[in-house]
Each structure stands twice: as structure tokens, then as C-alpha cells.
Design a protein around this ligand. Structure first.
Ligand code: MIC
Length: 649
């Protein structure tokens, strides 16, 4: 039977389960990616598992998120990560080397392979003909230890690209068009596979831009073919030998079919405060801005900076605008310097920042109160920029650069500027000096982990009790992001390796009293609407509430990664069978769950009663047998330990 690329990738890595959409499958993982904000936890988990050496073909740890060193916490984390990568046989990309996704694409990505990363934008490397997926840290730790990654078999959503992008429209507008059509949960349970004649008009980095923000659609992954363009890209990186041809077979079919004519795409923008809030730029044209920001894993390519540089060359940005340039890798920054693009940006009034994630996750560059920020980043969830009541718009580098010149949101087609032509640099730099190779095993096994005072081991968690009375401490609406459950940003990120400390910020963006109430109450539940836990893969958004006593999350439906993270840390994720029941629940109601251990294992449906209200409601869980065991054990760490103990008996 002819297969599409996603089916080929899954078939070649299938360890357990059947390829039936919705069924749990286990996949062999060839490569992993971790970054500092999630990686410290992963390394602590590897230590807790007693790992001797990474069992993957390549695992890489990047330091790109926490680069602001206001005290010893972040540098201590960096040293810990360095020692752990040396100990476990993992690549180490040093601070300043760049954002994980583009650096991984340049140095390690290989067509035909699977990649699992503790970062929701890991899907960006699907641009290389890989099955690249984001997951919680502990799932990545398991993959590093050679265990399969379990996920529900996705539907494959074929998007046929035709035509060619017009001037002033670029890859970011393509993914914004997908978000305009389908919203932030349109991709849940699906892999988006792009094919058709339009694909070859997009460079490897353009494809990266489109694949990256598949995360914002909630998709399990995004897949592009590995064609002549990927061969060219790998050759440019001195890695032509890693190329293989990977295309859908003639006659391959998809579960869902869609067509997108690139020639019809217009400059688009996501309004505050959701990446799904997309309209044509022309609709908000004239809105004054305080900041224009380029960079991040959502627009990491050389051309994304070069085109902005060409647009502002010889001109000056509008008075009062902060034009923030965030290069994504040292390699690319060197090329941009060599080709004088950085000079053009600086002469126009730009502020140049170091290569890294920076303001994308609220590490600096927060906008002023009540002012609009225009960004090429992937997300604009409330408060993510670091400013509590922020107003962030997402757009292409073309729109950002032109708007920096005018001081207001401007459709780049109306700017009366000649559309600049940007060529790739001739012989781009290849510089691996800040990417340390794994140590040979004999040396690695002598390395001691270096733990600074801010690194706290993960506390023990108990099993799921049989009977629970859980007050609802929060009732929330739709599309709650993990940024709202546990913020990023310069105040919070330094505690990613310190659970007791980071838990103090839990749900702070939604309700500042949650932490104190949870401390007083102990075991409790939260209630939410649709797409609960969208966004970042940070497992801290499950781990911190669990640490504070969260036992059950009852919502209309879940985003994939957060759902998996809740299970991994022993929080029971359940959904309403009758959505009306959501309306009848109030914050403060007490949910009663009886005989729960037996009932979870017996079937998908459970009955919950509301104490003192003479009310019962039916809810369901979508857990596999393996996940039921994990939940009952109180989380994945307990489950692994239990399995290890059973094996040694
Ligand atoms: C993000 O874009 O939200 C992040 C920062 O990359 C996160 C990772 C994190 O929370 O550390 C992600 O998407 O997983």
C-alpha cells in the first residue's frame, strides 16, 4: 500500500501498538533535544533513574532559555547541565551558541529519523523529513534511557501546497494562514504533512518556520519531505552524507485533505493574546507600537534577519520604537555580520541581543504597560512577554521591520519600499566550537554531577489513593496555556531546577491566591474548558500543581503534551461526558471520588459526585493500560522504580 511520509516514519519506528488513529503507539526515538529550562529536570530524572549512558543515536542539550545571569542560579544550572551531559554522553551546546531548534537543524537533524524534545517547538525539525515531537521532560528522559515514546497514533493531515508566495509574504504568513483557518486546537491528534508543487518553492528554513508553529495548532508534529532542497541545506552544513530522499509514495492518501495556494496568502498577524487570533495585517493597520521584535525559533533563518536588514538599510526607525534584534545562532550571526546586515540593522537604530530565546519566553525585552509589541515569536499568551497586562501581536519579519520604520502596524505592501531580494550567504560559516561532543564512556563515567545550591531533587510522590474528596480550587475557561499555569520569564525561570521554589508561582497569572489556598487545602482539583494546557511542554506546569496537592484536572478537553505531563506526574486527567456539567460546577465545590483505583482500571467512564449538592456527573479518561498503571503508582518515577524492583526480584 502506498504510504505518506508520516506513515513511513511511524512504520519504521513502531515498537508497540497499531497504526489506528487514537490508539496508543510506542515509537523508537533516535535523537533527543533538551534545553536548559526543561533540561535540568531531565538530567535530575536521568540521575534518579541511575542511567549509565544515553542510548539514543544523538542526544543534545542546548542552553538557550536562561541566559540572563543576574545571580548564581542560572550559571549554576549551566554548570550542572554541562557536567550531566559529560556524564551521560550527550552533546552540549553552550550558552550563546543559539536556539536549540535551528542549531539542531544545522548540526544534527537527519531525514528519516525520530526526534523527541522537551520543548513544544521540537516539531520545527519536521522540516528535515523527521518525525519531530515535543514532550514533557520525563518522556524525553525515558527516550534518552532507550525506552519508547508513547503517543496516540495521529491522523495524517495532508496539506497540498500550490503556487508561490508573492512579494512581501513569507513562511510566517503561511503558518498564520493555517492558524487563521483552524485555530489553536485545529491540529490536536494530527500530524500535518505538507506536499505538492509549492513545497519546492520554500527553503529548508522557510519550512522550519511553518513546522515550528505547528505547535500553536496543537499538532503532534509537522512533516515535510526530504528533497533536493534538504540535500542543498545539508551540503551547505557540510553534512551531505546525512541526506536521504524521503517522499510520499505515488498514490499515498491522507486522513484529512486540504489545499493551500501560496500565491493567495497575504500578510497576516495574530492579535493579542492568542496565536489563533489571526487577521490580515491590513485590518489592524495604523495601530501604534512601542516595540518591534525579530528573531526566535519561529523566524530563525538567515533570510529572516537579512530581509529585515535590507528593509531598514539606510533608513531610521520611527522615534520612540524599540527595535529588538534577537539572533538565533552564532553561526548565522557570523554570516549576518560578514554580509553587513547587522551593520544595517544597527545603523537603523536596532538593539542587538545575544543569540538565544530571550524575550520570546519573557527573559528580558518586556514591553511597557499598555503598549503594543509586534513580534516574530511563536506565542502571545497573556503575560508571556513578562508584562502582566501585555498586548503582543505576532507577524512576519517583513511586517515587523516595515512597522519599525513607520512606528505603527503597517502592511508591508503599502510601505512604498522596493521589495528586497535576499540571497543566501556564499559559503556560510560552520562553527561547532561551542557544541561539545559527547565524552567517550571511559571518561564519562568518572564525571561527577555539579549541583549548585539552587538545584533541588524531585520530592517523593505518593500513590493514587482509593477515595478522594477534592475541593475545586480554580475554575477556568477555554485555552488555558501552560504559560498561565506556570509562567516563564526572568522571575520564574531561574527556579526550573527547584520545585519547592517554582511552585510558588503556580497559576499566579490566573489567580494570585492559588498557592496559599493550595498550601492550606492540600489535595484538590481544578476545572477547565477546552484545550486545557496548550502551549509550552514545560512539565513544571504539571509537576508544580501536583507538588501543591493537585490530584484531578477535570476539563472539556486537553492539549496533548500537558495531558501526557499530568499523567506522568500522577494527576488524573478527566473530561466531562456532558459538557453542561461544566456550567453547574463552582469553585469551592468538593468532588467525591470513591473506589477510584478499581474504577479507573475497569473502564473509561467514572462517576463523580459533588458533596452536599446531591449531584452526580459522568466523566471519562482516555488513559491506556500503561498510563493507568502510571497514575496508580503516583507517576512515572514511581512506576519506573516499581518496574526496576520487580525486575530484580
Ligand atoms: C516556549 O516556547 O514556550 C518554550 C519556552 O520553548 C517552552 C519550553 C519551556 O517552557 O521551557 C516550550 O514551548 O516547550
Amino acid at each position: 500500500m502506498p504510504s505518506n511520509i508520516t506513515q513511513k516514519l511511524i512504520k519504521n519506528h513502531l515498537i508497540s501498538g497499531e497504526m489506528i488513529p487514537g490508539e496508543e503507539i510506542g515509537l523508537k526515538i533516535d535523537q533527543t533535544l533538551t534545553q536548559d529550562a526543561t533540561g535540568t529536570m531531565v538530567m535530575l530524572e536521568l540521575e534518579a533513574m541511575g542511567l549509565e549512558r544515553a542510548k539514543t543515536e544523538a542526544s543534545a542539550q542546548y542552553v538557550d532559555h536562561n541566559l540572563i545571569q543576574v545571580d548564581s542560579k542560572n550559571p549554576d544550572d549551566h554548570l550542572f547541565l554541562e557536567s550531566a551531559t559529560r556524564r551521560f554522553g550527550i552533546y552540549f551546546s553552550r550558552p550563546g551558541n543559539g536556539v536549540s531548534h535551528p542549531v539542531h537543524m544545522q548540526r544534527l537533524a537527519k531525514p528519516g529519523k525520530t526526534l523527541l524534545g522537551s520543548d513544544s517547538h521540537t516539531c520545527a525539525n519536521g522540516c528535515m523529513g523527521m518525525l519531530a515531537m515535543g514532550a514533557g521532560g520525563i518522556d524525553v528522559a525515558m527516550a534518552i534511557a532507550g525506552e519508547p515514546f508513547y503517543v496516540k497514533m495521529p491522523k495524517v493531515w495532508g496539506v497540498k501546497l500550490t503556487g508561490e508566495l508573492p512579494d512581501w509574504v513569507s513562511a510566517k504568513d503561511v503558518i498564520l494562514e493555517m492558524l487563521r483557518r483552524h485555530g489553536v486546537k485545529g491540529g490536536v491528534g494530527k500530524v500535518i504533512e505538507y506536499y505538492g508543487p509549492g513545497v519546492k518553492t520554500l527553503s529548508a528554513m522557510d519550512r522550519h518556520v511553518i513546522a515550528n508553529m505547528g505547535a500553536e495548532l496543537g499538532a503532534t508534529g509537522t512533516v515535510f519531505p526530504s528533497d533536493e532542497e534538504i540535500k542543498r541545506f545539508l551540503k551547505e552544513q557540510g553534512r551531505e552524507g546525512d541526506w536521504i530522499l524521503l517522499e510520499a509514495d505515488d498514490g499515498a492518501t491522507y486522513d484529512i485533505n486540504e489545499e493551500l495556494n501560496l500565491s493567495d496568502v497575504v500578510p497576516l498577524i495574530a492579535k493579542p493574546s492568542s496565536p489563533g487570533n489571526v487577521v490580515p495585517v491590513s485590518e489592524v493597520e495604523g495601530t501604534p507600537i512601542y516595540q518591534s521584535y525579530i528573531g526566535s525559533s519561529a523566524n530563525p533563518g538567515y533570510r529572516d534577519f537579512a530581509i529585515a536588514a535590507e528593509i531598514v538599510k539606510g533608513k531610521h526607525i520611527a522615534d520612540g520604537i524599540s527595535f529588538d534584534v534577537n539572533p538565533t545562532s552564532r553561526q548565522m550571526l557570523t554570516d549576518l555580520v560578514r554580509e553587513s546586515h547587522i551593520a544595517s540593522l544597527l545603523q537603523s537604530g536596532a538593539r542587538l541581543h545575544q543569540a538565544g530565546c530571550n524575550g520570546c519566553i519573557g527573559m528580558g525585552q518586556a514591553p511597557a504597560t499598555g503598549r503594543n509589541s509586534l513580534r516574530t515569536t511563536p506565542r502571545n499568551f497573556p503575560g508571556r512577554s513578562g508584562t502582566r497586562e501585555d498586548s503582543v501581536f505576532l507577524c512576519s519579519p517583513e511586517t515587523a521591520a516595515v512597522s519599525a520604520l513607520t512606528g505603527k502596524i503597517t502592511d508591508p505592501r503599502n510601505a512604498n519600499i522596493q521589495y528586497p531580494k535576499v540571497d543566501q550567504p556564499k559559503n556560510p560559516v560552520i562553527d561547532t566550537k561551542l557544541l561539545d561532543e559527547p565524552l567517550p564512556y571511559e571518561e564519562a563515567k568518572k564525571v561527577k554531577l555539579q549541583k549548585g545550591p539552587n538545584i533541588a531533587s524531585i520530592p517523593k510522590m505518593d500513590e493514587m489513593p482509593d477515595k478522594m474528596e477534592l475541593p475545586i480550587l480554580l475554575k477556568m475557561g477555554d485555552n488555558i496555556s501552560t504559560d498561565e499555569i506556570l509562567a516563564g520569564g526572568a522571575r520564574v525561570l531561574p527556579y526550573r531546577s527547584n520545585l519547592p521554589e517554582i511552585s510558588k508561582f503556580t497559576f499566579e497569572i490566573i489567580d494570585r491566591t492559588y498557592y496559599t489556598r493550595a498550601k492550606e487545602t492540600g489535595e484538590h482539583a481544578v476545572v477547565g474548558g477546552f484545550n486545557y494546557g496548550q502551549g509550552s511542554s514545560r512539565e513544571h506546569a504539571a509537576l508544580a500543581p501536583r507538588y501543591l496537592g493537585l490530584r484531578v484536572a477535570l476539563v472539556k478537553d486537553f492539549a496533548r503534551i500537558h495531558w501526557q505531563n499530568l499523567v506522568n506526574f500522577g494527576v488524573l486527567p478527566i473530561t466531562f461526558i456532558n459538557e453542561e456539567d461544566y456550567n453547574s460546577l463552582e469553585q469551592g465545590d468538593v468532588l467525591e471520588l470513591e473506589d477510584i483505583r478499581k474504577k479507573i482500571a475497569q473502564g473509561n467512564e467514572l462517576t463523580i459526585s459533588v458533596k452536599g449538592k446531591n449531584k452526580e456527573m459522568k466523566v471519562k479518561h482516555l488513559l491506556s493500560e500503561r498510563q493507568i498503571d502510571i497514575i496508580l503508582a503516583g507517576g512515572l518515577i514511581n512506576w519506573v522504580k516499581k518496574r526496576q524492583a520487580e525486575r530484580t526480584v
